[in-house]
Design a binder for this molecule. Structure first.
Ligand SMILES: [Ca+2]
Ligand SMILES: [Ca+2]
Ligand SMILES: [Ca+2]
Ligand SMILES: [Ca+2]
Length: 280
């Protein structure tokens, strides 16, 4: 992690002292990619074309952003330069659904979810679109893959028991381990920077809430629950906070919660966060 932190800092893509959050908002009419400082200031729009954009995530060196786009009618994985100058590359280009990319920590590969024979599987591909491989092969749906900080494992949500649970498997697709066990939908896992915990959204008790849990399934903690919905958690690079989207004040907007105290702060920005990058 030390080497990674040095690399991120040296690339100079940080602004505010608490880092930057990339998020998606339809405030301008369709789903576009935006970036802001973690306190909600300095928001700026990065995409302007009329296609669907979702789930943007920075490459580990900060130079690129991968996201789900819908140029083709069946969703593709796309990569653009993070300066927002509009240079977009297709990583997938096929007739199936491809969505929800996550970078390997070395920046060479992307893991994502795609349909195969009627249900969703986890795939990996080099970020230039070559050497694609299917990691899972079963009759259930595997969604929202997230590569671990050490590169060895991939977390995802899967519906093997009818509702969705959080799973962790080796990065080659072997040894899937079930992390959550409940009758509610568990969704969109994201790793703590030290790789010891996962945060995820779960629809327990009638509304969506944000939880953290040890990668081995121990120590489940509910960290954000207003009675309204809390979804799409992403961990801060210092491990102290989690950004999420909530409709507690009306439309869905980005909030942050301090993991240890449960203190919630509104950023004032409408939308859904998908990545939080370093910045001191
Ligand atoms: Ca496709
Ligand atoms: Ca499957
Ligand atoms: Ca469940
Ligand atoms: Ca809630």
């Amino acid at each position: 992690m030390a080497a990674l932190a040095i690399m991120l800092t040296s690339c100079g893509f940080t602004r505010g002292g608490n880092g930057q959050i990339v998020f998606t908002s339809e405030r301008t009419g369709n789903w576009q990619v935006f970036v802001m400082d973690a306190d909600g200031t300095e928001a700026r729009q990065l995409t302007y074309d009329n296609n669907y954009h979702w789930g943007p995530v920075w490459s580990p060196d900060g130079s690129q952003i991968a996201f789900t786009g819908d140029w083709s009618g069946n969703r593709e994985i796309l990569v653009m330069d993070s300066d927002g100058r509009g240079v977009i590359h297709l990583v997938t280009d096929n007739a199936r659904v491809d969505e929800d990319p996550s970078w390997s920590p070395d920046g060479d590969r992307l893991v994502f979810s795609g349909d195969a024979n009627g249900d969703l599987e986890i795939f990996v591909v080099d970020s230039d679109g070559t050497d694609g491989r299917q990691l899972t092969d079963n009759a259930f749906n595997e969604v929202h893959p997230a590569w671990s900080p050490d590169g060895d494992r991939i977390a995802f949500a899967g519906d093997l028991d009818g509702d969705f649970e959080i799973f962790v498997m080796d990065a080659d697709g072997n040894k899937p381990l079930q992390v959550t066990h409940n009758s509610s939908i568990d969704w969109s896992p994201d790793w703590s920077p030290d790789g010891q915990y996962l945060t995820f959204a779960s629809r327990q008790g009638g509304s969506w809430n944000i939880y953290t849990v040890g990668v081995d399934g121990a120590g489940l903690v509910k960290v954000a629950d207003s009675g309204a919905n809390e979804v799409d958690p992403v961990w801060s690079p210092d491990g102290k906070r989690i950004a999420f989207s909530s409709d507690r004040n009306g439309g869905y907007a980005v909030f942050t919660v301090t993991v240890d105290t449960g203190d919630v702060v509104a950023t004032g920005q409408a939308g859904y966060p998908s990545d939080w990058t370093t910045g001191g």
